[in-house]
Design a protein around this ligand. Structure first.
Ligand code: SF4
Ligand code: SF4
Length: 409
């Protein structure tokens, strides 16, 4: 694809990066075939190729032309509707880095306009509520009180309270031969603490001691809401802490929620122009592993209920974001579970971080399609690898939805 950026952008690191990415695109449109939003709306601008053109167009105009609020509102509307599921990246035969492109495009287009006040307030509230585990726990406690009075669709999104056994911490050994770090997760720690406990148990049984770092948030929430400064602050705090620990006896940072592991693996790219953090960020990304990458080494702690059938939902952040395929499925089959075939397994469930809250209509349609495919063979359980997908899918089905590590604990 030919580009002709204004000098304003050709001088900047972001401009040069966008230019390099765009030049790889041959506008063939193959990516549209696997784009969930394009499939739903049929609008070229709700597909990756259309979004690529919207970003190109922005970078080819100077700041005076880019001040047109209405044009930028249209651009941002279609970029906001993108799930950042990266199915298009998996499909693209030319290796276009759409994820990096859309992150940069969103940042610049968002900065060039004023969002409506209501939209700003909503985004700030979401960020403030969900980027802190204590606040998530408080909100859940209040939501559970009012659950009986809420509309069914909203009530279904509120998970039941999980009480961990009193002995849960004391059973974890601290004398394993391998040591790894982990993060608790802002939402996961409050909404489904049994997942972190199951992870510790199974790793412990596999001779790996897992220690939680202080920070709960990886910064993904702020980054994807284009609150870039806040995201960068969180990333730098994490890098300083984890870098020091990884140089003092911990072999990796292992993350059991694929949305977070996928984002930490991007630290190196996000910080590449920061002289103080670029090298350390690359080091952190290199030492970050998703729990599934360790699946073949894990020894189940409990005997699996081998009569159960499972429909596995591979999160986009696992299959497209990290290109990890088959490892969890193989482990579950090896453990004795029976996996059913899931149609359109490459498509997003509609959770996508805060997408289900900000683009609820498209998200609900995606959820409906996903649940229908997951329920088709009437499995006993639905299993996934990311807390966002888990809670979102559970809100649309009566079949229990679990994290895969719970089945081995
Ligand atoms: S498939 Fe790749 S090369 Fe083709 S239009 Fe999409 S992004 Fe461009
Ligand atoms: S990231 Fe997903 S929703 Fe966005 S353009 Fe690509 S395939 Fe479509």
């Amino acid at each position: 694809m030919q580009t002709s950026f204004t000098s304003e952008f050709t001088q900047t690191a972001d401009g040069q990066r966008v230019n390099k990415i765009l030049r790889k695109c041959v506008h063939c449109g193959f990516c549209n075939a696997t784009c969930p939003t394009y499939q739903l709306t049929g609008d070229e601008l709700d597909g990756p190729r259309g979004r690529i053109y919207l970003i190109k167009n922005f970078f080819e105009q100077d700041s005076e032309e880019n001040k047109q609020q209405s044009t930028n509102e249209v651009r941002l509307k279609h970029l906001d509707r993108c799930l950042t599921c990266l199915a298009c990246e998996t499909t693209c035969p030319s290796g276009v880095k759409y994820g990096e492109l859309v992150d940069i495009g969103r940042k610049h287009i968002n900065a060039s306009i004023q969002r409506p006040v209501a939209s700003k307030i909503k985004r700030n509230l979401i960020l403030s509520a969900f980027s802190n585990s204590t606040r998530v726990a408080g909100l859940l406690a209040i939501a559970r009180i009012f659950k009986p009075f809420l509309p069914a669709a909203l009530a279904a999104k509120i998970p039941a309270k999980i009480k961990l056994p009193a002995s849960s911490d004391s059973e974890i050994s601290t004398s394993s031969s391998r040591k790894m770090l982990t993060i608790k997760g802002c939402v996961q720690n409050a909404a489904a603490p049994q997942i972190n406990l199951a992870t510790k148990r199974v790793l412990n049984n596999s001779d790996i001691q897992l220690d939680e770092v202080n920070s709960a948030c990886c910064g993904a929430l702020a980054f994807h809401l284009t609150e870039t400064d806040q995201a960068l602050r969180t990333i730098c705090i994490n890098i300083d802490d984890w870098y020091q620990k990884l140089n003092n006896g911990y072999e990796s940072i292992i993350i059991n929620s694929s949305g977070c592991s996928s984002f930490v693996k991007q630290y190196g790219t996000i910080m590449q122009d920061d002289n103080s953090y670029a090298e350390k960020a690359k080091f952190i990304s290199k030492h970050c592993i998703d729990l599934s990458e360790l699946a073949s080494e894990l020894k189940p702690k409990a005997s699996p209920d081998t009569n159960k059938t499972i429909a596995f939902h591979s999160p986009c952040t696992l299959q497209h974001g990290q290109n990890i395929n088959g490892k969890i499925e193989e482990k579950l089959i090896q453990a004795g579970y029976k996996l059913v075939v899931v149609q359109d397994s490459h498509l997003c469930c509609g959770s996508a971080g805060t997408y289900s809250l900000l683009e609820s209509e498209l998200s609900s349609q995606l959820l409906e399609n996903k649940v229908s495919n997951l329920e088709k063979h009437q499995p006993d359980m639905i299993v996934t690898a990311n807390i966002g997908c888990l809670m979102h899918i559970q809100s649309g089905t009566k079949i229990p939805v679990k994290h895969w590590i719970e089945l081995l604990a």
